[in-house]
Design a protein around this ligand. Structure first.
Ligand code: ADP
Ligand code: ADP
Ligand code: ZN
Length: 227
């Protein structure tokens, strides 16, 4: 792993529909490059669990597979970005998801004299996403992601990373909600691919390949971004 002293504080955006592998890859990049993974989905699920005002408003929207309002998500992201650990650079996983969020992110970055170093689009076939999402589960102890078929722990039921045995599945990871989430992606988030292409920071990765192959491609792109 690079120790963080000889690399630039790159800020990366991971784009891709639900199930594309953003969370899986962001965790690996966090380990390899010492960047901080920021998942607005995780932050929102934590707010729902904590019963905050934002969480109360977000709950039903998330269960329906729609996008939470820009106002709520931007406020949550702004707070988290302001914490000191983010100074070494962040991997945004699931944010921005609308043009309004992308513009707000640009303003936040400008305020702190930073910018988006690279936006990486994980390119997949919609048809494969239902299987990816229906088989997804997560270690409750450390958040490591698994899949019934594509990424199973070495010992069934036991997390490779922390040894935990409690695994959770998300309420919105069902076939019906996935369809709505994919629709929301195409209507509201896919235009961001052009947004970042226009800024000259877009990279495209074939994310239909297996997890390790995708990780290798991302490593090459991110190594350039922090050089
Ligand atoms: P996202 O964060 O984009 O919604 P995840 O990283 O949670 O996606 O991946 C969705 C599911 O698919 C998880 O169960 C994960 O283990 C699995 N997965 C991720 N990347 C791949 C891949 N390249 N091939 C097959 N399965 C994958
Ligand atoms: P996935 O990568 O599988 O789509 P996430 O964990 O990123 O899942 O998001 C889960 C849900 O949280 C989304 O369907 C949406 O309701 C909400 N959400 C997460 N990030 C955002 C965002 N940036 N803007 C609006 N809603 C969001
Ligand atoms: Zn674990």
């Amino acid at each position: 792993m690079m120790d963080g002293t000889d690399q630039k504080a790159a800020n990366l955006v991971l784009l891709g529909p639900p199930g594309a592998g953003k969370g899986t890859q962001a965790r690996m990049l966090e380990e390899s490059f010492g960047l901080v993974q920021l998942s607005t989905g995780d932050l929102l699920r934590a707010a729902v669990k904590a019963g905050t005002e934002a969480g109360r408003q977000a709950k039903a929207v998330m269960e329906a597979g729609d996008l939470v309002s820009d106002e709520i998500v931007i406020a949550i992201l702004r707070d988290r970005l302001g914490e000191p650990d983010c100074a070494k650079g962040v991997i945004l996983d699931g944010f921005p998801r609308t043009t309004g969020q992308a513009e707000a992110l640009d303003r936040l970055m400008t305020e702190t004299g930073q910018g988006i170093t690279a936006a990486i689009s994980l390119e997949v076939d919609d048809n494969a996403m239902v299987a990816r999402i229906s088989g997804r589960y997560t270690c409750a102890g450390c958040g490591e992601g698994y899949h019934d078929t594509f990424k199973t722990p070495a010992t069934p039921g036991t997390c490779d990373k922390c040894g935990g045995t409690e695994m959770t599945r998300r309420a919105d990871d069902n076939a019906e909600t996935v369809e709505q989430r994919l629709r929301a992606y195409h209507a509201q988030t896919a235009p961001l691919i052009d947004y970042y292409d226009g800024k000259g920071v877009l990279a495209r990765v074939d994310a239909m390949a297996d997890i390790d192959t995708v990780a290798q491609e991302l490593n090459t792109i991110v190594a350039q971004a922090v050089a």
